[in-house]
Design a protein around this ligand. Structure first.
Ligand code: PLP
Length: 395
């Protein structure tokens, strides 16, 4: 039975029966300040008093664009949209329009929203074209999506040497967070950058999840790799529907009205969403914010690993900034196949036992978890204590 929630405040959610949970889902990422942050709520209320939507530019929208371009070195220009799906869909269209090529590469297990061409899974062999992963997506729409293995440098190189001049873009999550959590290897990231430059393909970092979640300059700052385009969402809207895509000026200038690539949205840059996003971004980019968030998240994964191992449970965990992965396995997975090999039944058992203990984790072994700035050391301690009780009756 899914839980129905009626209230969120700070690190906690309350369900319809008034049971309190320590929340590690954070609305799937946006709630980095915790729920109903007073500054965000104030900004939303104030903005709402001045009108909900104008369908024309606002000063706050420009402030948001300047802020994003100032924070990310490779972001010369940015366009605001209302969801991560729109951001990635538009970035792919832009890369295709800019290069005049149709094919693009994505990686198995990465999620980029639900545009048709991105709902594609690997075909039956190496270098085969993708198959739709959802009903309603025509095979023809999936045919130009190549699906490769995350962190598989050799396969990436092979694909480029065979089809490189036909590839418009490569899109990836720079830390994969939609197949549990997988870190990119250094070799993978540098091969991506090198091959895209060599073949004139557009490197798109989909930072809808990692953007301002793993650090103040996103995953690209953390790893020191500059993509050509970046998509943002989740944290940038502070819980309201706001997302963005941006990057190199010579690519971005291909968007209408300057260029031939169409893109629009009735509610894009919505003043209330922008107000919530601006306050959120100012708080998360303040000095020390990520030092504390990273330390709390690390304390959580270390605490959980310690009590699991003490109880003899095959379990490990890791974190990057404010996101974490939990694995019922002996070591952290490095690929989609290794994630699939983790003990899913054990995760499901853990999830339900923790829920009963008042800890709300993502209800799937294939999702990353999130810690917010509202989680205190005491919240982390209580979570680890709960896990200790769960693991003590594990065998
Ligand atoms: C959540 C997510 C999206 C989709 O964003 P929506 O706002 O749900 O459309 C795209 N890419 C990544 C990496 C995401 O985590």
């Amino acid at each position: 039975m899914p839980r129905f929630f009626k209230e969120g405040k700070g690190a906690y959610l309350w369900d319809a029966d008034d049971k309190r949970y320590i929340d590690y889902v954070g609305s799937w990422g946006p709630a980095i300040l915790g729920h109903a942050d007073p500054d965000v709520i104030h900004a939303v209320k104030t903005a709402a008093e001045h009108g909900l939507s104008f369908g024309a530019p606002t000063e706050a929208e420009i402030e948001m664009a300047d802020l994003l371009c100032g924070l990310l070195p490779g972001m010369d220009q940015v366009r605001l949209v209302s969801s991560g799906t729109e951001a990635t869909m538009s970035a792919i269209r832009l890369a295709r329009g800019f290069t005049g090529r149709d094919k693009f590469i994505k990686f198995e297990g990465c999620y980029h929203g639900h545009a048709d061409a991105l709902l594609v899974k690997a075909g039956s062999g190496l270098l085969t074209f993708g198959n739709p992963s959802s009903a309603g997506v025509p095979a023809a729409v999936a045919a130009d999506t190549l699906v490769l293995g995350y962190n598989d440098v050799e396969q990436l190189e092979q694909t480029f040497s065979k089809l490189g001049t036909q590839i418009a873009a490569v899109i990836l999550e720079p830390v994969a967070g939609n197949m549990n959590l997988i870190r990119p290897t250094e070799a993978f990231l540098s091969a991506l950058r090198r091959l895209c430059t060599e073949y004139g393909a557009v490197l798109i970092f989909d930072e809808v999840m990692t953007g301002f979640r793993v650090g103040p300059t996103c995953a690209q700052g953390l790893f020191g790799i500059q993509p050509d385009l970046t998509t943002l969402g989740k944290v940038v809207g502070g819980g309201m529907p706001l997302a963005a895509f941006g990057g190199r000026a010579d690519i971005m200038s291909n968007i209408a009205p300057l260029g031939p690539v169409y893109q629009a949205g009735t509610l894009s840059g919505n003043p209330i969403a922008v107000a919530a996003g601006l306050v959120t971004l100012k708080k998360v980019t303040a000095p020390g914010f990520f030092t504390a968030l990273t330390a709390h998240t690390q304390a959580l994964v270390e605490g959980l690993t310690t009590v699991a191992q003490a109880a003899g449970v095959s379990f490990t965990a890791q974190s990057v900034g404010g996101m974490f992965g939990l694995y019922f396995a002996d070591k952290c997975p490095n690929s989609y196949a290794e994630v699939m090999a983790c003990d899913k039944a054990a995760f499901n058992r853990f999830f339900h036992a923790m829920l009963a203990e008042g800890v709300y984790l993502a209800p799937s072994a294939f999702e990353a978890g999130f810690v917010s700035a509202a989680h205190t050391e005491e919240d982390i301690r209580q979570t680890v204590k709960a896990a200790e009780r769960v693991f003590s009756r594990w065998q």
